[in-house]
Design a protein around this ligand. Sequence first.
Ligand code: BES
Ligand code: ZN
Ligand code: MN
Length: 516
Amino acid sequence: MKLNVRAAQSSRVKTDALAVALFSDGNPSSGFVAVDRALGAVLSDMRKRGELRGRDGEVTVVPGNTRVGAKRVIVVGIGSRAGLHPATFARYAGLAVRAAAARKLPNLAIQIPEPIPFSTDNVLENAAEGALMATFDAAPYRSNRNGKPSDLASITFVVGTPAAVKEHDRAVSRGMILGEASNIVREMVNLPSNDMTPTHLAKRAAELARQHGLKISVLDRAEMKRLGMGSMLSVAAGADQPPKVIVLEYRGDKNAKHTLGLVGKGITFDTGGISLKPALDMDAMKGDMAGGAAVIGAMAAIAQLKPKTNVIGIVMATDNMPSSKATKPGDVVRAMNGKSIEITNTDAEGRLVLADGLCYARKLGATHLVDIATLTGAAVIALGNVSTAVMSNDRQFVDLFHQASAPYGERYWELPLFPEYAELIKSNIADMKNSGGRQAGTIYGAMFLKEYVDTAPWIHLDIAGSSWTDKDLGHLVKGPTAVGVRPLARLAELFAHASLHNKADDAAYERLTPKP
Ligand code: BES
Ligand code: ZN
Ligand code: MN
């Protein structure tokens, strides 16, 4: 599928389908007015009759005529002007793509409305991402595969002013890189565990590494043992599928003082282990490697965006299975940094694999750490599918992350790591235990992980709720969301320029984090 930008009067563009955006309030954009005029005021007539309201997500298709170059005009509601966000244009483009594909209209032009309060490039990047993300195939195992969004031949973004075409092209190619990376992640998360094994995940990572020039190494059980990854190995103990630690390295600056480390939870299936999960909805646990997939996708995007910095991506991949070799509740293991862990619940396995992943990232030279994981059901209870739970030991670093995520439609919300919560993880027999009572489950997970980052500034992203959607949301369809991919890639870009300190400034963090 080809994506390009053209400066033109959109009603004149020869195409199968032309998408125009409609606000739910205020005056329609100049582009909408021009198309409406060419259509003989059909659209304004429909507006008067209340058939077209411009509500977010509303899609209406009308035939073109001899004065419009398009065979069909797709009117997409984008909601109120006040609620407008650059990510609105990802949804807009996504809805247009899906409407065109469903009607087998292979060439689509998408008008970028003007004027809007964002830079055209910001909007174009989001629109390109949304267009690509809408082509995601959510049912790859279905036999009848007609009329897929990916069957579209070309998408042309139509802007009013002919200036800055070079910058526009750059914005679109950024959007394509990030949109494509997101789709690869969604594909990986969507695959069931009989196909998405740790070995397969490593193979996909290797393919992407080769394609984009990343260094890759994959550790097997024996190498994990040599490194002292007792915590990771305790989760893999019951699994016949060989566990893998996947390490991707991007070097964009030989002289960099800082290295960003991204660590992803790659549980290819989470049965809970001996602390077996109930049957209801257990199939969703095929997506327990969404954090690991996000790290792979972000690394692929970073390799193409080429920021002047260094990034290491680590994915801790294994099934979590019951078996006679499996870890049993009460067992005590030792992580790579020598800390002992009493495993009180084998279903709290994410923190166990991440503990060694974080230690290993430090060992490989990461100065700043981000982990991303479908860690706790409690995060789903607290924030639903809407928002990712964010926890950190460093105000400056987490603020950089918020800045990185701002252009995208993803929501991130912080939970506190007050020292009082350290009580939760105390064990009677070891340095800590991996699960406790019912209180503060999401914070518990983070307090546990905090023991493995040493003094490094660190951000923990709990995507248990946000990695999956049950609703069709424009550019997203029911299924994996690839949450985190775009913000992590952009974090690497900001990381290249930010002036960062090496050690967590605990005093500053205390000052800035509100006390109860
Ligand atoms: N993978 C789950 C968390 C999860 C739950 C993700 C629902 C997505 C949807 C994780 O490994 C887990 O089982 N967590 C336990 C921890 C508990 C035993 C301390 C949980 O949240 O119940
Ligand atoms: Zn899990
Ligand atoms: Mn679990």
